[in-house]
Design a binder for this molecule. Structure first.
Ligand code: ZN
Ligand code: ZN
Length: 455
């Protein structure tokens, strides 16, 4: 018997974590942390599996909403065996240490919330078994009741370096977990590789852009042209541009995009600023350039002229020297570098903030992107209203599939059943209805935390 139980991330982009029990073997698919919550609220509901066997954790990629709770899980279940792609393991080392630093500085978490140390991260990362794409591993848990094992393989999801969809096969049953999946090419990463993923019994599918009209999203090509045009105007006007980005994925993609546009002489040559863990991750992109599917193996991110944002003490520098600053976090979450810089940016009439990626509806980034120049905004529920003097421009450089591509994935995989995860209710609604309309033979279910589904 196979059962599926969501512990988090069922109807939002939060602490993604899904429990599978395949004939007595307990497997967690991802172990994320909620990006906007703190303390116990930010973790998946691990209590739901207290009395269930847990043998393995399979991680799709190193974004915090998919891996961030792993240190907490290991504190509770120290015996679990963890698998990810080799690239995800390498990135996890950088991002989990960075997350430990951020946690150690947070002041608003419960006193009985036990955070973890850098030594624990070192041990944890060493214990992750790195696998190559398409390599098949066979798993059997302590209480496995079937004579055949579970064959597991990771397939390139085209979302960020190391990202994977995971195929699990037991006898004739096949389950495919998409993770975060991207069908089309970005500046560095190229779209997902789903060769060999057909006639699946159960597809667990992300739904991020299900409710977003794809016309609004544009393509990397058209959005690049629009960004270059808008950026040139700001730079010629003597202003600087803040681009809030995730340290993992968007930093590298946007850095590459800006540089290539400067080389082509389309974008005015300007100082580019990066910093923090984003730079470390860029080095991991560089080290893996010959062993990952990407548009060009020659481009070395570390050779792109860039300055360190943390070297600038006096922000008036940006008034005298038009610059483009790539700073995390992508949603301008409180306390992050992009949030701190924004305060100065908001005061400058000739400056601009460019939104480029996904922004959660309650995030400061989303609030900013939906404000008008000259208006006042509250970046958080508790902050003072601030006047928006700078320009605000919204671009979309998706690293998740647009909704038509999610439907294409369903069509090419041809599952008997689809379970929708990693998206808000509206996104899952649109996708669910569309799948039923186009492929009435497919059963569609929306995942709910704590609600078990039997296959
Ligand atoms: Zn992701
Ligand atoms: Zn995600």
């Amino acid at each position: 018997m196979i059962s599926f139980l969501p512990l988090g991330g069922a109807d939002e982009i939060g602490a993604n974590c899904f429990y599978l029990n395949i004939f007595g073997t307990g497997i967690l698919l991802d172990c994320g942390i909620h990006p906007r919550k703190t303390g116990f609220d930010s973790l998946p509901y691990f209590d739901l599996i207290n009395d269930l066997p847990l043998d393995f954790v399979l991680i799709t990629h190193a974004h915090q909403d998919h891996i961030g709770s792993l240190p907490f899980l290991v504190q509770r279940f120290p015996h679990v065996i963890i698998y990810s792609t080799t690239q995800t393991k390498e990135i996890a080392e950088a991002t989990l240490h960075n997350a430990a630093n951020i946690l150690a500085q947070s002041t608003d978490i419960d006193t009985d919330f036990k955070i973890y140390s850098h030594d624990e991260i070192d041990l944890l990362v060493r214990s992750i078994s790195g696998v190559n794409y398409n390599e098949v591993i066979s798993l059997k848990g302590m209480r496995h009741t079937s004579s055949s094992g579970i064959n597991v393989s990771f397939h390139d999801a085209g979302h960020i370096l190391g990202s994977a969809g995971i195929l699990l096969e037991h006898n004739n049953q096949k389950i495919f977990f998409s993770g975060d999946i991207n069908f089309s090419d970005q500046s560095i990463m190229i779209g997902c590789d789903l060769k060999g993923i057909h006639n699946i019994d159960v597809l667990i599918l992300e739904s991020t852009y299900g409710s977003t009209d794809s016309k609004k999203l544009g393509t990397w090509l058209t959005e690049s042209e629009r960004l270059v045009k808008t950026a040139n105007k700001v730079i010629h006007d003597g202003g600087s541009i803040l681009i809030p980005v995730f340290a993992l994925g968007k930093t590298q993609e946007l850095l590459s995009l800006l540089y290539l546009q400067m080389v082509k002489r389309k974008l005015t040559e300007t100082n580019i600023f990066t910093g923090g863990v984003g730079r470390e991750i860029s080095n991991i992109y560089d080290r893996n350039r010959y062993i990952s599917r990407r548009s060009s193996s020659d481009l070395l991110l570390k050779e792109i002229p860039q300055q360190n944002i943390f070297d600038i003490e006096d922000l008036t520098y940006f008034k005298k020297n038009p610059s483009i600053v790539l700073a995390s976090s992508g949603m301008i979450l409180e306390g992050t570098t992009s949030f701190k810089l924004l305060d100065f940016w908001l005061q400058q009439k000739n400056f601009a903030v460019f939104g480029v990626g996904y922004m959660d509806e309650s995030s400061p980034g989303y609030r900013l992107m939906n404000s008008q120049k000259g208006s006042k905004i509250k970046l958080t529920d508790f902050s003072e209203p601030k006047k928006v003097n700078c320009s605000v421009e919204r671009f979309y450089f998706p690293s998740h599939s647009i909704r038509e591509d999610l439907i294409n994935i369903v069509q090419s995989i041809n599952p008997r059943k689809v379970i929708l995860v990693h998206g808000d209710i509206n996104s899952k609604d649109w996708l669910g209805h569309k799948i039923l309309e186009l492929y009435p033979h497919i059963k569609v279910t929306s995942a709910e935390i704590g609600k078990s589904i039997l296959f």
